[in-house]
Structure formats: structure tokens, C-alpha cells
Design a protein around this ligand. Structure first.
Ligand code: 13P
Length: 248
């Protein structure tokens, strides 16, 4: 059985002090979670939020990591810098980074390999745009993102994939549970062909895109969906906690 994983992606929201207030509000609401609970936070929030999470069952994640170990990369953050504050997860290749910051499957692959080498768990985001879905290119786009973004990974079960249809992010439009389930099944099949079917069976694949307290139960009831990567709804303690407690 794959253990579900619910992760918040705060994006560029919450100063460090706001972040501390938020995790202090979330922590008592999720103590009985039957899933892995993660908050992925802005880099500058990490020290304070890391401290605030001590003694809780919430794990810390970052929103990006550079692929070099160190060096002349002004403005970037290395895996070692994240590890020093107890970061365990890192989002890689979010569609906003692909869209606004020139992230490609090649850089996604480099970041993922670096994160794995450092012992971080990458949450690798893939997903199609509205135009790609409407022109029937979803599977082709996802297959390329998988083939190029995940190449050379030794143990694919050490990553988490987040399937985030770009048209569902921040738009209030969710993929239907059936659509999400079907597409994630395709992702799992493709990973199985590239690595091994048994590894694909053990791999956790989240859905992301306007997942909220109202629709999480239906999405999480789907056999292929192993969790959620939550944007907007992760910024409010009761909403995020309701998603974490989807099975109660
Ligand atoms: P929303 O939940 O705000 O649609 O964002 C999803 C997302 O991008 C998580 O990474």
C-alpha cells in the first residue's frame, strides 16, 4: 500500500512570522493524520518554520533547489543549505517555474538527481496546459516530461510525482476525479515502462490543482491518487487540515 502524502505549496505567500503562525495553527489539527503531511515554504521562511515544526508530525519542504552543490549561482539555494534546517522534501519543476523562470525538463532532471543524491525527496511536478489537453496532446506531453525529467534516476520510488494540470492551478477548475485518476494511471504506466512495473506500483503520485476541503474526499477515493499538492487551500489552517484528514 502506498502511504498518502498531502503537501502544501505556499508559493510566494507568508513571511516567516506569518508562516510560523500558520504552522502553529495547523499542527494541533493534524496530529492524527494517516498520511505524510508536508509544508513546502519560501526559502527565507525555512529557519523559523523549521523551529516551529519541532515536535510535530509535519515535515518541511522547500519550493526549489539548485542543481549545483555550490558555487557562483547568485540568488540560488543548494541542497546542503536546505538540509541544515531539516528540510526533507523539495518541489521541483512546478509549472510556475517552467512558465516564468525558464525551467525545462533538463533542469528538472538535474535538480532531481542533485536532490536525491543529497537525501532530499523530490516532489516532481508534471502537467499539461489547457491547449495541450484540448488538442489531445496530454499523454504525449506527460510522456516527454517523464522521459526527459526523470532519466537516470536509480530508485524511482524515492521521488513523489505531482500531476498538476496547468489549467487547474489557481483557477478553481479541478480535473474531475475520473480525469485525474485516468491521467495518473497513464503516468504510472509510463513510469513502469521506463523503470519497472513494480517500482511504478510503489511510486506515490499526487494530484494538484484547486484541490480543497470540498473535493479532496472524492479525489482521494480514487485508486491511483496518492495525495495532493495544495496551493491556495494550504494557506488556511482549517482548510489544509481538512484535506490532511480526508479519511476521517
Ligand atoms: P492551487 O491549489 O492553488 O490550485 O495550486 C495548486 C498548485 O500549484 C500546487 O503546487
Amino acid at each position: 500500500m502506498r502511504r498518502p502524502i498531502i503537501a502544501g505549496n505556499w508559493k510566494m505567500n507568508n513571511t516567516a512570522s506569518e508562516g510560523v503562525t500558520l504552522v502553529k495553527a495547523i499542527a494541533p489539527l493534524v496530529t492524527d493524520a494517516n498520511c505524510d503531511v508536508v509544508v513546502c515554504v519560501p526559502a527565507i521562511d525555512i529557519p523559523a518554520v523549521s523551529e516551529a515544526l519541532k515536535g510535530t508530525n509535519i515535515k518541511l519542504g522547500a519550493e526549489n533547489v539548485h542543481f549545483a552543490e555550490k558555487g557562483a549561482y547568485t540568488g540560488e539555494i543548494s541542497a546542503a543549505m536546505l538540509l541544515e534546517y531539516g528540510v526533507e522534501y523539495v518541489i521541483i519543476g512546478h509549472s510556475e517555474r517552467r512558465q516564468y523562470f525558464a525551467e525545462t525538463d533538463e533542469t528538472v532532471n538535474k535538480r532531481t538527481l542533485t536532490a536525491l543524491k543529497a537525501g532530499l525527496t523530490p516532489i516532481v511536478c508534471i502537467g499539461e496546459s489547457l491547449e495541450e489537453r484540448e488538442t489531445g496532446k496530454t499523454e504525449e506531453v506527460l510522456a516527454t516530461q517523464i522521459k526527459d525529467g526523470l532519466k537516470d534516476i536509480e530508485d524511482i520510488t524515492k521521488i513523489v510525482i505531482a500531476y498538476e494540470p496547468v489549467w487547474a492551478i489557481g483557477t478553481g477548475k479541478t480535473a474531475t476525479a475520473e480525469q485525474a485518476n485516468e491521467t495518473i494511471a497513464f503516468i504510472r504506466k509510463t513510469v513502469g515502462e521506463m523503470f519497472c512495473p513494480k517500482c511504478a506500483d510503489a511510486l506515490r503520485i499526487q494530484y494538484g490543482g484547486s484541490m480543497n476541503a470540498g473535493n479532496c474526499k472524492e479525489l482521494m477515493a480514487m485508486p491511483e491518487i496518492d495525495g495532493g499538492l495544495i496551493g491556495d487551500a494550504s494557506l488556511k489552517a482549517p482548510d489544509f487540515a481538512a484535506i490532511v484528514n480526508f479519511d476521517k
